[in-house]
Design a protein around this ligand. Sequence first.
Ligand SMILES: Nc1ncnc2c1ncn2[C@@H]1O[C@H](COP(=O)(O)OP(=O)(O)OP(=O)(O)O)[C@@H](O)[C@H]1O
Length: 605
Amino acid sequence: MHLRVPKLNLPGFGRILRCFWPEIRKQKLLLAGSFSALIAETALRLLEPWPLKYIFDTVILPQSGAVLPAPLAGAEPTVVLTALALGLVAIAALRAGAAYLAVVGMSLVATQVMSEVRARLYSQIQRLSLAFHSRHKSGDLIARVTSDTERLREVTVTAALPLLTNFLTLFGMLAVMFWLNFELALLAAAILPVFLVSTVRLTGRIHKVARTQRRREGAMAASAAESIGAIKVVQALSLQGLLERSFKRDNLKSLKEGERAQQLAAGLERTVELLVGAAIALVLWRGAQLVLERALTPGDLLVFVTYLKTAFKPMRYLAKYTGQIAKATASGERVVEVIDSVPDVRDLPGAVEAPPLTGAIRFEGVSFGYQPGSPILEDLDFTIEPGERIALVGPSGGGKSTLASLILRLYDPSAGRVLIDGRDARSYKLDSLRRQVSIVLQESVLFAVSVRDNIAYGAPGTTGVEVEAAARLANAHSFIEALPQGYDTILGERGASLSGGQRQRIAIARAAVRRSPIVVLDEPTVGLDGASEQAVNEALERLTHGCTTILISHDLQAACSAERIFFIEAGRLVEQGSPTELLRAGGRYAALYRCQVPAAASGKP
Ligand SMILES: Nc1ncnc2c1ncn2[C@@H]1O[C@H](COP(=O)(O)OP(=O)(O)OP(=O)(O)O)[C@@H](O)[C@H]1O
């Protein structure tokens, strides 16, 4: 019956336990050891008031008629007193030892389980597809990996463990109380239903507040991460004041929710104290009558009252820690939500390792939308031969980058198929496919590690010689050598310590170490000055030599370097052909070209 109280959050608890079970199972020996220590502690706690009872019943009030246990029966009162006092010390010492082992063991279990869960969560976040990441903010995900897992670990040790100990004690003591005197035990247990009703009501509300607060903290971490990540833009646009005000508002709301949860928990704690007080008064009132009627010894009544105070401690604990446990459950749910998410793009059953690809790409009736019901690409049909160079051009928002991300399998089409070397891209193992596609973006992201590592990230296992060769290919070797520590120079976050053109050339070197047959270039020279653009273009020329190349560009003159041009508008392939063919055809591409390059009205690209 008493177990119904923590069951309040059981759907959450159950899900969390199920999710963490693989990690918990690994700690079963340590868990069993700690649990045994916990049982021993409980048993010793049950024994604690008994020496006092015997001192009362046999030394102070020998007329009570109580009988001493066998070894002490008939002994001198001073001997009995000394033995019982020593027994009291022994029980306390053993109980302290058992409690120490239980706490140390359980915290070891919690630390190990949570560090493994944290690692699993991190790798899951890395693996979840872009569709998931565009729904969740990075700061919120970071909060899940760091503070949510930490809160779970902490609360397991500081709240859940004491609760478990005390619930075991409650059961043990109630059993002994019923054995000692049924009527009195029934009186003591009478407060349980009242307690249950008020706890159920209040814990539900506390849990709700805690969940809202945790969600808000996640959102705050997300906005902090977003603005700190874009500090240059924030300062350039003088957005500090605006962002500070909105952060303060959320912070205050979170604080108020925290206060509310604390108020509710404090209210619950006081209710429990009142109930325990009433129960003790009731037991004393009836117990004293039973002692006078000689149906109970004074020592028994002493055991009863001591038990009652200790036995109802779990209730106080429950009240005190309900807020914490509710918050931890909310944290646990946030962790489980991510771990249980199934990546939209994943290896399908029977997926095979992609063999070395030639780079043939075919779209068959491909449609795709980020949200169901709003298509971004519609019914695309085309073939790209191995080693062919294709330029994707067309108005902004037409779907060019989206099309390229389908080749990388960052998303899967909602209809139709993308075939790579004649096989559905979904039939290959994801990693083996992506390893054979290189990508250079408009804003290449570099990591805050050495230049060498940034390049080697392109293909794990790359040697120093290969890194240098790739840097030479990317026109980056000489400027890297001129950096303070050459290839060992550690870059600022996102490569902030380099110029745009330098970042691009390192990104090209990173793409080069992959030696992949397919290369996607998404506006790689936008924003570069003439000299940088030329250096980057030379590097790209060498990178894409002999590869199937998809160039996304708004620069129609640059697009003319392609063998074929695909004009993408509103998610449809409206024109395709060689630059000369398209100009002659006088369609959408020719009109745009003449706008951009008026001198080309002659029709020659
Ligand atoms: N992650 C996303 N979630 C939802 N919609 C998106 C997402 N990425 C792009 N879109 C939408 O898809 C459409 C096509 O975007 P896409 O970036 O593919 O176009 P584009 O032709 O490459 O544009 P640009 O030339 O400006 O780079 C746009 O309307 C854009 O708003």
